[in-house]
Design a protein around this ligand. Structure first.
Ligand code: HEC
Length: 119
C-alpha cells in the first residue's frame, strides 16, 4: 500500500492542477467570444481609418498586429482610453466614451493578434 503522505501529495497536486485550469479557461473562452463583437466595434469606431487590421485599413498609424507585438494589454488599454482623453500622440480624442466592457473586448481582440510567441 502507498504511504498516506504520498496520497495526500497526489491529491493536492491534482486539485491544484484542476483549480489552475478552471482559473485560466474563462480567459481563453472570452478571447474567442469577443472576436466578432470587437470586430464590429472596431468598424463602428472607425479605427481602421488610420490603423490596418489583417492588411486592410489606413496607413496613418501602426497596424494592430504590430501594436499587439510591441504593447502589453494594459498599454493598449491606456492608448484607447486614458486620463488625458487624447489618442494618436494627443492629436485626436480618445475612446473613453466606450464602456469598460467595450474597451476590454477591444484590448483582448488586439492582443490576440500577436504574431510573436510570448517568452
Ligand atoms: C484618426 C486616426 C486614428 C483613429 C481613428 C484611431 N487611431 Fe489609434 N492611433 C493613431 C495614431 C496616429 C497613433 C500613434 C502613432 C502610431 O501608432 O502610428 C495611434 C496609436 C494607437 C495605439 C498605440 C500604438 C503604439 O504603437 O503605441 C493603439 C493601441 C491604438 N491607436 C488603437 C486604436 C483603436 C483601438 C482605435 C479605434 C477604437 C483607434 N486606435 C483609432 C490614429 C488613429
Amino acid at each position: 500500500m502507498k504511504h498516506p503522505l504520498s496520497i495526500i501529495r497526489l491529491t493536492l497536486t491534482l486539485s491544484l492542477t484542476l483549480a489552475l485550469s478552471l482559473a485560466v479557461a474563462p480567459f481563453c473562452v472570452e478571447a474567442e467570444e469577443t472576436k466578432p463583437y470587437a470586430r464590429k466595434l472596431m468598424n463602428a469606431q472607425g479605427c481602421k481609418a488610420c490603423h490596418t487590421l489583417e492588411g486592410k485599413g489606413g496607413n496613418s498609424a501602426k497596424s494592430f498586429e504590430d501594436i499587439a507585438d510591441r504593447l502589453k494589454a494594459w498599454q493598449i488599454k491606456i492608448e484607447i482610453a486614458n486620463p488625458h482623453r487624447r489618442h494618436a500622440a494627443g492629436k485626436i480624442g480618445d475612446f473613453s466614451h466606450l464602456t469598460p466592457e467595450e474597451i476590454n473586448s477591444l484590448v483582448s481582440f488586439i492582443k490576440q493578434l500577436e504574431t510573436k510567441q510570448e517568452k
